[in-house]
Design a protein around this ligand. Structure first.
Ligand SMILES: CC(=O)SCCNC(=O)CCNC(=O)[C@H](O)C(C)(C)COP(=O)(O)OP(=O)(O)OC[C@H]1O[C@@H](n2cnc3c(N)ncnc32)[C@H](O)[C@@H]1OP(=O)(O)O
Length: 415
C-alpha cells in the first residue's frame, strides 16, 4: 500500500526479512547491534503480521510494530496493543513518517476493533504526547546506601523464611508463580508467557556493560519460593576499599515478609556500598520500610505512555473507584472517531461508555484521558495543568476519585 505520493510504500515484513529489519532499527537507534541471544529472542516475540515497514526504492526507511499484550488496567488484565520498534532512518527523519505510521496504527486498530488501548515505553519522554499518548505511569530510581540498618527494625519478618543465593537459570520455574500473583494487582503489569519469562532471565555477556553475570536470590519456606530478586554487581573499588554497586533487575514476592527479606539481603551484601534500583514503582513498599528515605535519593521519571484508540471501548474496559455517571467532551486531533461527547457510567465492578448529545460535565484532551487511564495520574492534577476543564461544578471531584487507582501503575517489562 502506498502511504503518499512521495514514493514511500508501507508493507508488512516477512519473517525472512527480520535481519534486515533489525539492522535498520539499530541504525536509527545509533548503530548498536543486539547480542545474538537478544536478536533471536526479539525475532521469536516479533509479530510480523502486526508490524509496519516503510520502504522507498526497496530500502527500509521506517519501522513500527505492535505486540499483543495483556496488561493490567484498573479492573484486571485486558488486551493492550504494545507499540514498539518505532524507528525512522537518519536520512528520512522529520518528513512525517512516524506520524503516518502512528495514524496507520490507530486507524487499523479502530477499523479492526482490535485492542482499544495502545501503550509504549518511549526512548524520549517528549515524543508521543502529540499523538495523543499521556504519561500514565512514572517510576522512581533509588540509590540506597548499604547497611543492615537501612530498613526499619519493624519491617515485616518471618523466621520460617530461608535464603538461597543461586544462578538465574536455577530459578526459572519459580519466577512465574512469584511474578504472576503481582500481575492482577497493579496496573501496567504484563502477563508473561514462557517466552517472555525466559526473556526476563536472559543475560548475554555482550549486554552486561562490565557488570558481573546476573545473579539470583530466593526466599523460601517449606512450601516453596515466596520471592526472588535478579541482580548484578558492578565492581567499584575506591582507595583500595570495596564499594561495589548492586544493580537490581527485578524483585517479586508473594507477601510482605518475603519482599522485606529480599531487600534486607540486597542491602547487606559483602563488599558492596550501594543498591541501585533504576526502575521501581512510585509506591514501592520499600519506600515505607527505609529508615531514612532521603538517603535513597528517590528520582522520578516517565515510564508508560498510554493512548486511548477507541474512547468508548477503552473506558468501558476498566473499572472505577466509585460510582460514576459523567459526560466527557473529548478532543482528539488524530482519531476523529473519538471526538465529541461520551457518557461514562459504572463503578467498582463494571462500566459502560456510549456516545451522547447530553451536556458535557468535563472537557478532556485524549492525552489527558490516556494519562489518567491506569489510575496513576490524577484528573485534578491534569485539570490544574489545563488538560481537563470542569464544565459542571462537582464533576471533577467525582471523575478524579473514580479514575484514581491504588496501587500505582508500573510496567517493568520493556516491549
Ligand atoms: C515505542 C518506541 O519504539 S520509542 C522509540 C522511538 N525511536 C527512537 O527513539 C529511535 C531514534 N529516532 C527515530 O527513529 C526518529 O527520530 C523518530 C521515530 C523518533 C521520529 O521519526 P520522524 O519520522 O522524524 O518523526 P515525524 O517526522 O513523523 O515527526 C512527528 C513529530 O514528532 C516530532 N519529533 C520527532 N522526533 C522527536 C523527538 N525525538 N523529540 C521530540 N519530538 C520529536 C517532530 O518534530 C514532529 O512534530 P510535529 O508533528 O509537531 O511537527
Amino acid at each position: 500500500m502506498t502511504l503518499a505520493g512521495d514514493g514511500y510504500e508501507l508493507c508488512a515484513p516477512e519473517p525472512h526479512q527480520f535481519d534486515e529489519l533489525a539492522a535498520a532499527i539499530h541504525r536509527a537507534y545509533g548503530g548498536f547491534p543486539d547480542p545474538p541471544e537478544f536478536h533471536e529472542m526479539n525475532q521469536k516475540i516479533f509479530e510480523f503480521d502486526r508490524a509496519i515497514v516503510v520502504r522507498r526504492d526497496g530500502r527500509i526507511c521506517a519501522t513500527s510494530t505492535i505486540y499483543s499484550l495483556e496488561m493490567t488496567v484498573p479492573g484486571g488484565p485486558r488486551p493492550v496493543a504494545g507499540v514498539g520498534y518505532v524507528s525512522v532512518m537518519p536520512d528520512h527523519r522529520r518528513r512525517g513518517l512516524m506520524r503516518r505510521m502512528m495514524t496507520h496504527t490507530f486507524t487499523t486498530l479502530h477499523e479492526t476493533q482490535a485492542e482499544p488501548v495502545a501503550a509504549l515505553h518511549s526512548t524520549e519522554a517528549g515524543i508521543y504526547g502529540r499523538f495523543g499518548y499521556g504519561m500514565a505511569g512514572q517510576v522512581v530510581r533509588l540509590t540506597i546506601p548499604r547497611g543492615a540498618a537501612a530498613l526499619l527494625p519493624e519491617r515485616p519478618r518471618d523466621p520460617s523464611l530461608r535464603l538461597r543465593a543461586t544462578r538465574p537459570e536455577e530459578i526459572a520455574d519459580l519466577v512465574a508463580p512469584c511474578y504472576d500473583v503481582n500481575v492482577p494487582i497493579r496496573p501496567g503489569m504484563l502477563r508473561r508467557d514462557a517466552l517472555w519469562t525466559h526473556r526476563a532471565l536472559m543475560d548475554p555477556p555482550e549486554a552486561r556493560g562490565g557488570c558481573a553475570p546476573l545473579q539470583a536470590v530466593v526466599v523460601e519456606d517449606d512450601d516453596g519460593a515466596r520471592g526472588y530478586a535478579l541482580y548484578t554487581v558492578r565492581s567499584n573499588w575506591v582507595d583500595s576499599s570495596p564499594r561495589n554497586i548492586v544493580l537490581v533487575r527485578e524483585i517479586y514476592a508473594r507477601d510482605p515478609a518475603a519482599y522485606a527479606e529480599i531487600w534486607a539481603t540486597l542491602l547487606d551484601l559483602d563488599l558492596t556500598a550501594t543498591v541501585l534500583a533504576e526502575t521501581r514503582p512510585v509506591d514501592d513498599p520499600v519506600l515505607a520500610m527505609l529508615a531514612d528515605v532521603r538517603t535513597a535519593v528517590p528520582t522520578l521519571r516517565d515510564q508508560l505512555h498510554v493512548r486511548l484508540v477507541d474512547v468508548d471501548r477503552a473506558l468501558a474496559a476498566r473499572t472505577y473507584g466509585c460510582d460514576v455517571d459523567l459526560v466527557l467532551e473529548v478532543e482528539d486531533d488524530l482519531c476523529p472517531w473519538n471526538r465529541g461527547r461520551w457518557r461514562l457510567s459504572g463503578g467498582v465492578s463494571a462500566a459502560e461508555c456510549h456516545r451522547t448529545h447530553d451536556q458535557a460535565d468535563l472537557s478532556v484532551s485524549i492525552r489527558a484521558l490516556g494519562a489518567a487511564y491506569l489510575g496513576g495520574v490524577s484528573l485534578k492534577q491534569l485539570a490544574a495543568a489545563g488538560a481537563v476543564t470542569e464544565l459542571r461544578p462537582g464533576a471533577l471531584a467525582v471523575a478524579a476519585a473514580a479514575f484514581r487507582h491504588d496501587p500505582a501503575p508500573f510496567c517493568p517489562t520493556i516491549f
